[in-house]
Design a protein around this ligand. Structure first.
Ligand code: VGL
Ligand code: ZN
Length: 204
């Protein structure tokens, strides 16, 4: 069975948000249409405590985009975003959610960032998404949402390594592009790992 995974379509990742993805809002109507084609839909939600170690403001003298070592792992620093209970952490109000089976929150451990919907970075924790999908008979996943070069990419890569036939829905994702070329680099990484790239109109 196929499942749709909607990654982090939250206010902070949309235009006007704290970590805004350019044109991020353009994917919302596409994702709503896509949801009509799936019986099995899950979503992920970036859900950080205020003292999260990925926030530049929590490291004196450090700026957004700089790297630090967090729990022994290289960590890029972000603006404060998706703080638990804040407006920025909420899903966009236009996003349909009536068919969602479950929401997988991530990034709660202040000492580890969590880009993938499946695992914390470097697999320091497991959200339970993989087991939930497998227990439900899902063997094929279609990934969409934000951001193509971080959370979407790592969800796709982990989907593949967890044994799912994994598709990226190209017109239903956008990149942060912290550095120019990040979108294309992420595309190559996903394709090299075995991801199948589709357009929303290709999906039956
Ligand atoms: C994300 C950076 C930090 C994402 C989450 O959803 O792509 N990016 N936290
Ligand atoms: Zn985050």
């Amino acid at each position: 069975m196929k499942a749709l995974i909607i990654v982090d379509v939250q206010n902070d990742f949309l235009p006007g948000g704290e970590l805004a993805v350019k044109e991020g809002d353009q994917i919302i109507p596409i994702i709503n249409q896509l949801q009509e084609k799936f019986d099995f839909i899950v979503a992920t939600q970036d859900w950080h405590p205020a003292d999260h170690g990925s926030f530049a403001d929590n490291h004196k003298g450090k700026n957004i985009g700089e790297f630090i070592e967090l729990n022994g792992v290289s960590q890029i620093l972000w603006p404060i975003h998706c703080v638990q209970g804040s407006f920025g952490a909420e899903f966009h109000s236009d996003l349909k959610r009536d068919k969602w089976k479950a929401i997988f929150q991530k990034g709660m451990n202040p000492k580890v960032d969590s880009y993938s919907g499946f695992f914390d970075n470097n697999r320091q924790g497991d959200t339970g998404l993989g087991k939930f999908l497998k227990d439900s008979g899902v063997d094929e996943v279609f990934v969409c949402g934000l951001a193509e070069d971080y959370c979407v990419k790592f969800t796709v890569l982990d989907g593949i390594s967890e044994g799912f036939k994994t598709h990226l829905i190209l017109d239903a994702t956008r990149a942060v592009n912290l550095k120019e070329g990040d979108f294309a680099k992420a595309m190559i990484e996903m394709e090299n790992a075995g991801a199948d790239i589709v357009h929303s109109s290709d999906i039956e």
